[in-house]
Design a protein around this ligand. Sequence first.
Ligand SMILES: NC(=O)c1ccc[n+]([C@@H]2O[C@H](COP(=O)([O-])OP(=O)(O)OC[C@H]3O[C@@H](n4cnc5c(N)ncnc54)[C@H](O)[C@@H]3O)[C@@H](O)[C@H]2O)c1
Ligand SMILES: [Zn+2]
Length: 386
Amino acid sequence: MQRICVRLAKSHAEQYEIEIASGALERLGEAARGALGARAQRILIISNPRVFSLYGENALKSLRAAGLNAKHWLMGDGERFKTLQTAARALQFSAEIGLERNDAVIALGGGVVGDTAGFVAATYLRGIAFLQLPTTLLAQVDASIGGKVAVNTSAGKNIIGAFHHPRFVLIDTDSLRTLPAREMTAGWCECIKHGAVGSRKLFDDTRRFLQHTRDQSFASLKEYDERLSKLIAEHCRFKAGIVRGDEREAVERADKKSRRILNFGHTIAHALEAATNYRRFRHGEAVGYGMIAAGEISVKLGSLDVAELQTLRETIALAGRLPSAADVDHDGIISRLKVDKKRVEGRLRWVLLERIGRARVVDGCEVTERTLRDALRAALRYDSVA
Ligand SMILES: NC(=O)c1ccc[n+]([C@@H]2O[C@H](COP(=O)([O-])OP(=O)(O)OC[C@H]3O[C@@H](n4cnc5c(N)ncnc54)[C@H](O)[C@@H]3O)[C@@H](O)[C@H]2O)c1
Ligand SMILES: [Zn+2]
């Protein structure tokens, strides 16, 4: 088992643990009791029908064995259900079952469930304890860590939210066995991003793991599980470290340790997702293309070596096949970037690379439209990833 202690900003003594192991779900009740203390009585699991049908019964059983009165509430499956209406219904249910201040909400699912359940926990009775049981790779290495919880509105994604840290995060790597391949690819793209912006070692460890997985060169399932738990732990540690240094994503910060560097590949990813009506790509897949495009821009501005860009491309290819982006209209992407720019008072900032393991934030005006178009052409070609 891997265990990580996440300390929040130096100014306050709060901390929480992340536990990572194959079969960790069995320990849910014990871990919840440990984190919540003896006064907790009720616990509400928020999940969706797909995830709950796979893991819900075991979660309830473990919580009940620890003497907790566990109930569940299911939301629809998909980003379109991450709304204020869903949160309102969950809040109403929380009141109906009489959740009290010492009780807690558990998120059992991917990032959509995690963000919505976290928002419910942050607002119910002005904030009650929140536990995370993330079941997608993306939620395990990214969404469950950092305390950001939110829902979408018609005005945009994550418009209404809060900072509300979990009391603990329990990661059962076995849950990834039922996860569709595309969801794994999406999660691996965010992992590659972590390494690319902040740690060559993390990047290389991730690349090696993906290579071994593709070559099926693990000696046994046990070895695979152990290496996977260690790697996920490394990613959690990395994300927690960045968050700790910049807990609330200070708007004025643009240094190499700011939370902003985690946006590498995201400027173009968001535009690509919007240009395809959020239907073609999983977010992480769009980040795969976005990282290649940002890498191309970095090379064109003379900041990144072309061999490093090739390594980045090959590693993204190891994460899995991305849906084709060859037919996406570049004008559509560029007009969406302009909308983005207006939203941030005319200042679009790009996260580029100096090398793998080191990011640099540059002002939008350094990237001309010509550079951008060249980068899109090179990045979105059908065969561009491999
Ligand atoms: N709060 C943050 O800091 C943060 C960071 C990154 C992303 N996010 C948010 O996370 C969301 C995306 O999360 P996601 O990629 O996990 O998507 P998701 O939650 O939609 O899950 C993807 C799909 O996998 C299914 N699923 C989940 N676990 C499964 C399992 N173990 N086996 C089989 N199927 C399973 C889900 O039902 C869903 O259909 C977005 O809303 C994004 O805004 C938040
Ligand atoms: Zn992302």
